[in-house]
Design a protein around this ligand. Sequence first.
Ligand SMILES: Cc1cc2nc3c(=O)[nH]c(=O)nc-3n(C[C@H](O)[C@H](O)[C@H](O)COP(=O)(O)OP(=O)(O)OC[C@H]3O[C@@H](n4cnc5c(N)ncnc54)[C@H](O)[C@@H]3O)c2cc1C
Ligand code: FES
Length: 359
Amino acid sequence: MSIRIPDVVGSIVEAALSPHPVDRYLELIDPMLTWRDLRAKVVDVHRPTDRTVRLTLRPTRQWQGHSAGQYVQLSTVINGVRHTRCFSPANAATSADGDLELTITAHDDGFVSRHLRDTARPGMVLGLGQAAGEFTLPDTRPRAAVFISGGSGVTPVLSMMRTLVAEGYPGAITFVHYARDPEDVAYRTELAALADRYPTIDLRLHYTRGDTPDHFAPAHLADIPGFDDAELFVCGPPALMRAVEQYYDEHDLHQPFHSEAFTLAAPIAIDPDAPIDGELVFSRSGRSAANDGRTILDQAESAGLRPESGCRMGICFSCTAIKKSGCTRNVLTGETDTESDTQIQLCINAPVGDVEIEV
Ligand SMILES: Cc1cc2nc3c(=O)[nH]c(=O)nc-3n(C[C@H](O)[C@H](O)[C@H](O)COP(=O)(O)OP(=O)(O)OC[C@H]3O[C@@H](n4cnc5c(N)ncnc54)[C@H](O)[C@@H]3O)c2cc1C
Ligand code: FES
């Protein structure tokens, strides 16, 4: 759904336009005064590296807190259109009255990340979703923990390490982080301070650019004392994730391996073996399109529609809509589904023949 902001309101409400009618009126008075919607005010902005912006967010009363490692959906309005992306709080687990710390890395061609890096300022109000996600610390804390992150993937694992530290965790923590160079480590000061203060923390920074690029190598984990008892937590770019997974498989490791990807290893491609035919009908908006084989989300956007979306990789469920009829194929698993009146995720399902979807 595309929501246009009236000009008079646009300057006041940066990002929080909501579909809820009561909140539409309340935001005219104060965008942080909401009946139902969860929003957050930016109370502090810091740009620790050229590519990153760190936001301290104060959520409205609906906020329920987060567990270390979870992510939130953040919405901002750019040129009158609301855009949503997922970000993982980097602060220790919070209760309902806690602020959130997000660190956003601007990608060269990244639409929302660059916008926030360039324009975020205190007082800005952003749309927020409740924390979600399974990439969390186990309730029974591990005997030791090894965190491995690359680039922006530092945020959820830093939240986990900060949470363990706040709890007085007695186990050994190894924190292995990959960045382009020292200037590109968004949490260099904080990580060094933690490692200085707590002898249980072994901080290992590796730099992947420069004269001697230091990408993931088995030697980076081989000398960790008590490694076999440690649970692994990995978040980073696809190449790092693949390398660590390969190490885990090849060394026949058995300790729990927790991982989260911020982006798909490869863009979702059209299945060359699937017949591409039929019509895609968007029943709520009264539009339709000849099926071109791409995901329903891509085809809806090409048809001029703006369904809700966030991660675009099947994680956040914000793009869920009701399929009224027809057959769809999950592009990640290849499974087909012919059930009618069922909820599907638009970003990872493509039509197989005629499909009617409530968008
Ligand atoms: C669960 C989860 C948690 C996340 N937490 C964080 C976080 O804490 N901090 C953070 O900075 N980002 C995080 N992300 C990534 C974030 O949601 C966006 O994907 C990212 O900011 C890019 O959005 P964009 O609008 O700038 O790029 P888009 O305009 O959507 O994409 C532009 C280009 O960048 C590529 N791209 C998108 N994301 C990445 C990526 N992560 N790495 C490399 N290329 C990418 C796309 O393939 C595309 O080619 C998280 C993602 C997920 C799914
Ligand atoms: S956009 Fe996140 S599941 Fe589809």
